[in-house]
Design a protein around this ligand. Structure first.
Ligand SMILES: [Fe+2]
Length: 191
């Protein structure tokens, strides 16, 4: 079976998949860097370039090829999903949401090649390549396909709901800003 047909078979069987079912799908696919010809080249000035490998009503599978820039802290809207490190090491920072304030950093950790990282609905994180000397490629399986992602800019002290064609960075185009929200600097943690 070709990768394309395997991806379709495995992912089309998922209906509102649970955390475990999503991870199991990635394990069944067992995708490695060797399976992925023509990776998207990292784009200048942006943290990563992405390529959609598959999408249906329930899930989307993307590969991301990283530059040396970190992405902005962001959530994945109402989607949850897994990130699999295909090559390199990721430095992942996890935040606590603070209502109308800026998220607060909880911890950061390194994810080496082969690691699976779960991102729950509404959770905020950011990622970057841990070393400039190696490439970093990550595979992302989300359910449902991400829409209404929120991106944070700590300097602007603002959040922005971005359009689906925008990645985890502050939108460059006005048309990618669905809604901009000014935040408070020192908000208390949510109860
Ligand atoms: Fe993310």
């Amino acid at each position: 079976m070709t990768l394309t047909s395997k991806v379709k078979t495995v992912l089309d069987s998922l209906i509102s998949p649970s955390k475990a079912e999503l991870k199991d799908a990635l394990l069944q696919l067992g995708i490695t860097l060797d399976d992925l010809a023509h990776l998207p080249e990292p784009l200048k000035g942006l943290p990563y370039n992405r390529k959609l490998l598959y999408k249906n009503k329930e899930v989307e599978l993307l590969v991301m090829n990283w530059s040396q820039l970190e992405c902005a802290p962001h959530d994945h809207g109402n989607s949850h999903g897994w990130i699999q490190v295909l090559s390199g090491t990721s430095l992942n920072t996890v935040y606590e949401i603070r209502g109308n304030g800026l998220p607060a950093e909880l911890f950061h950790e390194y994810h080496h090649k082969g690691k699976f990282y779960y991102a729950p609905k509404k959770a905020v994180h950011k990622m970057m390549k841990a070393s400039n000397h190696t490439d970093m490629v990550t595979l992302h399986l989300y359910s449902p396909p991400i829409t209404g992602m929120i991106v944070y800019d700590f300097q602007k002290c603002a959040a922005c709901v971005v359009s689906d064609d925008c990645g985890a960075w502050w939108p460059k185009e006005q048309s990618q800003k669905v809604k901009e929200i000014q935040l408070m600097k020192n908000a208390a943690p949510e109860e």
